[in-house]
Design a protein around this ligand. Structure first.
Ligand code: ADP
Ligand code: MG
Length: 569
């Protein structure tokens, strides 16, 4: 072939291929889901580009995917008339993994394939899943709007290299031929493929078609003639966009498969919310909470956001404008009736409709979480363990929903004495002592350090619960939380600790007596410490330790000082 080159796969692709073949042996059929999903994406992308340039349809505007089988040759072909790829795109898309941070992710894998295969769930397996069933894959593609001679052929056995060559391809789009492995020949069967499409790809919004052989003229039961039917392409899926359908007609399985398609995730979602909103702003949202945090959740540069449609037409992936950053783990889509079809990221940036949609979507997610916390504690706990630290960014970012978010937070506390974060503020308030009017907490470098803080002594003695905060983000969180349910928060390591009505008269008297007895000690400590301290005071908050350091009521806490130092301030 013309201009043939051989390329090596990126190291991470080799690792992924290896891992996949070992971990997905019980779930081989998903290769078809992935390839059909890509074909549907390619159709979406073409439709979007054609909004500006109708000529890209090349007189072939019926976008679809065609699946065919050659039993004798042991091949399956998946062909679409979507956007197609140029030579450079083929090399980049089918030879590397685009996500940044992938290298680190793979370096962290243990080499124990059982363990590692769990991790692969966070990773869309995508195109490379073709090699689960095929020992050779041929991709023939031509980008929309290019001449027939701009076709590209990509061939690989999935072992480490692939070739690319120029070909002639009159039809626009991408055709993928899977040469089935000897032991996977069973997939070369129309009925088998049909049932796989029904199972995984029914929700795909363009027709997924398979060839139906001609049927000869027949005689019916009453001797009537049933005319012959020519062979034809027949749709095997519903071919309507899932989110436009009625909720009551959509099964959980369909919602789950749709999630995998839009999120490129491999695992089931934890929960979802599907809503049609009519009135001043009209839109449909389908929002999912993943079950596992992606490996790159802390990389703020990593793409996130919703898939945006306008009047059913795909507009863009990863539209970040519709979700606040503290909900960046949410996946799904938004279909707006109000935004213009030619909307761009710039237009979205500063737009009234965007704001309304963002508020609406935020509200939906918080509601979904509230419901989950109320109705399925175990599920909520698993959400919290994965995403709790992201949600903690909420009170600082989203003033208007501060109280709602606070209600969703979970903490460790002296009540449970485990590092599991299970205590809600409502739980805490319910257990508050008679006369207690504050929510007490302590922040430290770790749960362990918080738990052993000397500041806790008096609280332990009095049986007052204290929240134990040991995560990095906690200090930041607490600096933005002032009250919950009309109870203010109080760090037990800050300033003069006033236990208010919790101290009775008798105790106070005894304390004053005690202070008098050792008056001179204060002066001596002050002289000895000199400039190193602001002040030295008596305290009654300690029961076992002789002394402790406290931060000024209005100044930064010791934790915050450390955070600032770590950030290079
Ligand atoms: P993902 O779908 O998550 O992006 P895949 O591994 O499934 O990852 O596909 C990698 C990329 O290859 C896609 O993002 C797309 O750019 C390209 N691609 C795959 N299949 C097709 C296709 N049928 N038509 C056009 N581009 C495709
Ligand atoms: Mg894909």
């Amino acid at each position: 072939a013309a201009h043939q080159e051989t390329h090596g796969f990126q190291t991470e692709v080799k690792q992924l291929l290896n891992l996949m073949i070992h971990s997905l042996y019980s779930n081989k059929e998903i290769f078809l889901r992935e390839l059909v999903s890509n074909a549907a994406d390619a159709a979406d992308k073409l439709r979007f580009k054609a909004l500006e340039n109708d000529a890209l349809y090349e007189d072939d505007g019926d976008l679809n995917v065609k699946i065919s089988v050659n039993k004798d040759a042991g091949t399956i072909t998946i062909a679409d008339n979507g956007i197609g790829m140029s030579r450079d795109e083929v090399i980049a898309n089918l030879g590397t993994i685009a996500k940044s941070g992938t290298k680190d992710f793979f370096n962290k894998l243990s080499g124990d394939s059982a363990k590692d295969s769990q991790l692969i769930g966070q990773f869309g397996v995508g195109f490379y899943s073709a090699f689960i069933v095929a020992d050779k894959v041929t991709v023939r593609t031509r980008a929309a709007g290019e001449n027939a001679d701009q076709g590209v052929e990509w061939i690989s056995d999935g072992e480490g290299e692939f070739t690319v060559a120029d070909i002639n391809k009159p039809g626009r789009g991408t055709e993928i031929v899977l040469h089935l492995r000897e032991e996977e020949k069973e997939f070369a069967d129309s009925w088998r493929l049909r049932s796989i499409v029904n199972k995984y790809s029914d929700h795909i919004s363009i027709p997924v078609q398979m060839w139906k052989d001609e049927v000869a003229e027949q005689e019916g039961p009453d001797g009537e003639k049933i005319p012959a039917q020519p062979g034809q392409w027949e749709s095997v899926n519903k071919a309507t966009a899932l989110w436009t359908r009625d909720k009551s007609d959509i099964s959980d399985e369909e919602y789950k498969e749709f999630y995998k398609h839009v999120s490129h995730d491999f695992a089931d979602p934890l929960s979802w919310a599907h809503n049609k909103v009519e009135g001043k702003t009209e839109y449909t949202s389908l929002l999912y909470i993943p079950s596992k945090a992606p490996f790159d959740m802390w990389n703020r540069e990593q793409s996130h956001g919703l898939k945006l449609y306008v009047q059913r037409v795909f507009i863009m992936d990863d539209a970040e404008q519709f979700m606040p950053t503290y909900l960046r783990f949410v996946k799904g889509l938004l279909d707006s009736n109000d935004l213009p079809l030619n909307v761009s990221r710039e237009i979205l940036q500063d737009n009234k409709i965007t704001q309304a949609l963002r508020q609406g979507c935020t509200k939906r997610v918080l509601q979904m979480l509230e419901k989950m916390a109320k109705n399925d504690k175990e599920k909520y706990q698993s959400f919290w363990n994965e995403f709790g630290n992201v949600l903690k960014e909420g009170p600082a970012e989203d003033f208007s929903n501060r109280e709602k978010i606070a209600g969703l937070l979970r903490f460790s506390s002296t009540h449970s004495e485990t590092d599991a974060q299970t205590v809600s503020l409502a739980d805490y308030i319910e257990r508050m002592k008679e006369g207690q009017n504050k929510i007490y907490y302590v922040t430290a470098d770790s749960y362990q350090a918080a738990k052993t803080s000397p500041h806790l002594e008096i609280f332990r003695k009095k049986g007052i619960e204290v929240l134990l905060l040991g995560e990095r983000i906690d200090e930041w969180l607490m600096s933005h939380l002032t009250e919950f349910n009309e109870k203010s928060f109080q760090s037990i390591a800050k300033g003069n600790l006033d236990l208010g009505d919790l101290d009775d008269e008798e105790t106070k008297k005894a304390q004053e007596e005690a202070e008098k007895q050792i008056e001179g000690v204060l002066e001596r400590a002050k002289t000895a410490l000199g400039d190193k301290v602001e002040d030295v005071k008596f305290t009654h908050r300690l029961t076992d330790s002789p002394a402790c350091i406290v931060a000024d009521e209005h100044g930064m806490s010791t934790q915050m000082v450390k955070l600032m130092q770590a950030a290079g301030q």
